[in-house]
Design a binder for this molecule. Structure first.
Ligand code: RNT
Ligand code: ZN
Length: 417
């Protein structure tokens, strides 16, 4: 697309938004400065570099499109490609199983900062900050219960793992001079009806208390709730209520994954409620289809509503944006770009909302006008602003990136099998 054409369309859009009291330049600036944490696991279907097995423990990837990253160099190469095609700031979200183990087997209770020094250096060179995750799935000791396991030996193994991960995150945060956010998600639960639900929740609470007791100023922990996992359909120890209570009581960041709620639940409604009681939110922006299927994030009503609620609550500084999906059935680089752009579009469209006018209508009881302006806002020239944002940052505009993804597929990904 021609520079001139994009600029002209932007100027017109800018005027149109200004008439509604919305500053498009300011929205673009906020979009440019709001980091999105890229989940490393879309590049290799959540396999990692520990034991080269498919993901298990409540989650599953489907599809076998060729070209997945098979080692750390390929993963880095893929992330660099993704980064090069996108405007905006990025962080990289690593799981423990993506450490640099140098050909040696390093079990989860042996992992240390040394396995992530290469990543810290790489991230610095690529102007990215790191986030982190302990990994309690895809391991012989994962079973159905990890931190909530009544078997002390297994529970202690995972407590040790999670403590070590927090120290790694602390080192990352200190290195990058910005807190590393470490997510704790455990799949713990049961396939069928459970009659001592309280017991496992007590154990999980105790394990978390022990893990979080260590004061590590370079990192922030967050806890991810879930509705159910595959093979664990009847009971999830770390449910939404469990973590809402835990995080509120202990002032811990809550991880809200948009795939982890009842299918008819309006997840975005949780934002303004949780923000009153927990210090911060970590978002795993995903797309459930019928269940927590982790489809590629889209610019759909759910994603848009989520970002609208964050912007309306003026909480961009308290909500950390990360993506969480894994589609192994399409080009994985393309999957990253679709999802990031969907998140950016959702954020931008939230930033371009004529919220002040809408609120005035609401306060004055002008409810037809409120509803009507919400409808009108949907068809404002939003695309022109997003195109301009990309052009301004010298990355492909619109469908231009398809050619780059295809070229990378032919020259790099296709040679990986
Ligand atoms: C699983 C959780 C969790 C994982 C990643 C790999 O349902 O959403 O966040 O997807 O940690
Ligand atoms: Zn998640």
């Amino acid at each position: 697309m021609k520079t001139e054409q994009i600029t002209k369309a932007y100027e017109m859009a800018k005027e149109r938004y200004a008439a509604l009291g919305v500053d498009t330049d300011k929205a673009i600036e906020t979009l440019e400065n709001t980091p999105i944490s890229l989940h490393c696991w879309q590049a290799d279907d959540v396999v990692g570099f520990e034991r080269n097995v498919a993901a298990s423990g409540g989650i599953q990837t489907t599809g076998n499109y060729p070209g997945k990253a098979r080692n750390i160099d390929e993963l880095r190469q893929d992330i660099e490609k993704v980064d090069s095609l996108l405007a905006g700031k990025f962080r990289l979200n690593l799981h423990e199983t993506y450490g640099e183990f140098g050909g040696k087997f390093v079990d989860r209770d042996e992992v240390g900062v040394e396995h992530f020094e290469g990543w810290m250096q790489w991230a610095k060179e690529h102007n990215m900050k790191l986030d982190f995750n302990s990994t309690s799935f895809s391991h012989p000791k994962s079973g159905s219960l990890t931190l909530a396991n009544p078997d002390k030996e297994i529970r202690d193994f995972w407590i040790e793992h999670t403590k070590r991960c927090r120290r790694i995150a602390d080192a990352m945060g200190k290195f990058q001079n910005d807190p590393c956010i470490m997510n704790i998600w455990v799949h713990d639960g049961s396939k069928d009806l459970t009659v001592n639900k309280l017991r496992y929740r007590e154990i999980l609470k105790q394990s978390l208390d022990e893990i979080l007791a260590e004061d590590l100023p370079g990192m922030k922990s967050c806890l991810e709730a879930k509705l159910f996992g595959i093979g664990l359909e009847a009971y999830t120890v770390g449910s939404n209520y469990f973590y809402t209570g835990y995080c509120a009581k202990n002032n811990v960041m809550y991880t809200l994954d948009t795939g982890h709620y009842e299918p008819t639940e309006n997840v975005s409604d949780a934002i303004s409620a949780l923000l009153l009681y927990v210090p911060e939110l970590m978002l795993h922006v995903s797309r459930p289809m019928h269940w927590d299927s982790d489809h590629v994030t889209l610019f759909d009503d759910n994603t848009r509503n989520l970002f609208s609620e964050i912007v309306r609550a003026n909480a961009l500084d308290r909500a950390h944006i990360g993506l969480d999906y894994f589609d192994a059935s399409i080009n994985r680089i393309g999957a990253y770009i679709i999802g990031v752009r969907a998140a950016q579009k959702s954020l931008l469209s939230a930033l371009l909302e004529p919220t002040a006018t809408l609120r005035q209508y609401e306060d004055e009881g002008k409810l037809f006008q409120r509803l009507a302006l919400l409808e009108e806002a949907k068809t404002l020239p939003f695309g022109a602003v997003y195109d301009y944002f990309n052009m301004k940052n010298s990355v492909p505009v619109g469908e231009e990136y398809f050619a780059d993804v295809e070229k990378y597929e032919n020259e790099v990904l296709a040679k990986r099998n």
